[in-house]
Ligand binder design. Sequence first.
Ligand SMILES: C[S@@+](CC[C@H](N)C(=O)[O-])C[C@H]1O[C@@H](n2cnc3c(N)ncnc32)[C@H](O)[C@@H]1O
Length: 277
Amino acid sequence: MMSVYSSTVQTARSYYNSKNADNFYFKVWGGEFIHVGIYEKPGESIAVASQRTIEKIASCLKLNADTKVLEIGSGYGGSARYLARTFGCMVDCLNLSEVHNERNRAFNREQSLEHKVKVIDGNFEEMPFADAQYDIVSSQDALLHSGDKESVLKEAFRVLKSGGEFIFVDLMQTENCPEGALQPILDRIMLDSMASMEYYQATAEKVGFQTVQVLDLTSNLVEHYRRVLEEIEANYGEMLEICDQDYIDKMRVGLQHWVDGGNNGYLSWGIMQFRKP
Ligand SMILES: C[S@@+](CC[C@H](N)C(=O)[O-])C[C@H]1O[C@@H](n2cnc3c(N)ncnc32)[C@H](O)[C@@H]1O
């Protein structure tokens, strides 16, 4: 059945389904992950740092083979497989991009995790699930694409069991960010605004969550975008074999905006964890 999506949701879907974006994220970003990594040592690979992000998230939770997890905006499913493989959790992946979902299913088959990781096409602003199904809802660097973040928080609350937790890491703006300072970034992700940590916490509490923790990990944001940029510069020629030059050149400019926004103190990145009473 074809779903009808809002224009913001449709923009994210078309972007992530495009050949340029898929080739870029699949081959350059982090392999099975498309989120900011946590960097501990100089020269560390993007993939290693990216896996550390989901390890950090997992370390905040109590997970075992009975835990039912919903990953929203699940990309290629690297985080879902990490949780399934490491803790035996059952993980449902909800994601908008059919191209990402196909890669996710292929990885699950290759890694014999099909019985643990299920992939569902859909929008996290209107989750196609009954109430109180999950112990954990988790997400990495996906909520920024939503034009209706309050609905995402309400939906996460609705599908969680009582005592369940919503944990996400995301790219955000700081409260002191001057008007217009992030315009080039907003233009690129085609949104009017990015939420702040304060916004998420206030809105999560408004919809009924209790705050467990807010963990600011912003220093990794600049390092991650700088590393991806470095990767492009070092492999520019090869990159042109898999992506259009215009896409790569715009990506270079775009990544520099993220680095500048981070260095100027206008962006933040961190883990937010909430509990449904
Ligand atoms: C930056 S990628 C992160 C992917 C994954 N969480 C990871 O860390 O590897 C953002 C993902 O969010 C998905 N996404 C964006 N808007 C969405 C929406 N409204 N509903 C479901 N998925 C969405 C995209 O399709 C994409 O896979």
